[in-house]
Design a protein around this ligand. Sequence first.
Ligand code: SF4
Length: 359
Amino acid sequence: MNKEKNEVTKSVTVNDLPKITVTKSVTDSNLSSENTVTKSVTIDLIPQTTISPSSINTYCKCPREYFYNYILKLPVRPNIHLIKGIMVHTTLENFFRGYKPNFDKTLATYFVKAWLSNKKQLAKLELSTEILKKERQDCINILKSYLYKFKHTINDLVEGGKAENESHAYYLLKPKFKELKVENEDLHCKGFIDRIHKDFDGNITLGDYKTSKKYGIGLTKDYRRQISIYALLYKLQEHITPDFTSVIYLRYGEEYFLEVTPSLLKYAREIIIDTYNKTRSINIEDYPKKENKLCSWCNFQNVCSGEKDWKSVIRVEKLKKLFSTPTPSISTTPQKRITSIQQGGIYPPCVGGSTEAKK
Ligand code: SF4
């Protein structure tokens, strides 16, 4: 089996633009070390010309991770969550291409297609058959849950007389665009909106599909930031202010809305400008590490000491806590402990006790 290893070996400056040499070593574990093939490529380090909600979120999470991903462009290993998200998105995109009776069968067919077209990527993950089966079932559950809610709404429309039949209801609910690219040159920012929906009262909602698990209620800061940026980019491009922006949790069939207000748009504008300004540098020192508990999930653990640093911070904090906790005073003899209980040391005295006790 071939193993690839990327190493940043040296840094030189040419025409004021630092370049780095990346050495790519391909080692076949069945061969001796002399058979290692090494290839060096020199690449320019340039700041991102156009930022996106994802890159902004990465920067907010950890500037150093942003540097590795968007400036150094170190390869990111595909992971099952990413591939699952792509497969579910593709299945829904195809499902909304046009009405076909028997929704369950149609969705299942599109999912099988999406699964097969990602087979190579999945194989690269080298997951066991058991895990792969579990992940496949998880995708099916997400889609089933989405379809359950969709069919329910279809029935409501037909029974409520708002749609003539299933096909009519499908077209009423079908997203206007399956994906819209929104971009603003002045802000140097672009993104893709998953779903744009106009309701019967003309309210426009921009939706973003999520396949992730959600813990607790409400929206995470990341999602709030992302959908606020979509709202601003949509307004600037289409010259229409959307009414709502939302996150659609496919797994739970739930949708969380944010009303688009002037302050939300102001917040989005400020975060875009701030991130763009802070990411013009190509020096690693300008991208500090933000060690946190998510370091263990970071794609760049192999090149960054963040996880180790975070663990040592936690260790130090635990030790500090341990030494700052006052040691509880314990009576030395059983007799003393009994006295302390009788005096209300542990249990407060019973107010208004028996006559016997008062005596
Ligand atoms: S390991 Fe932690 S500190 Fe390092 S880049 Fe990743 S998130 Fe940032």
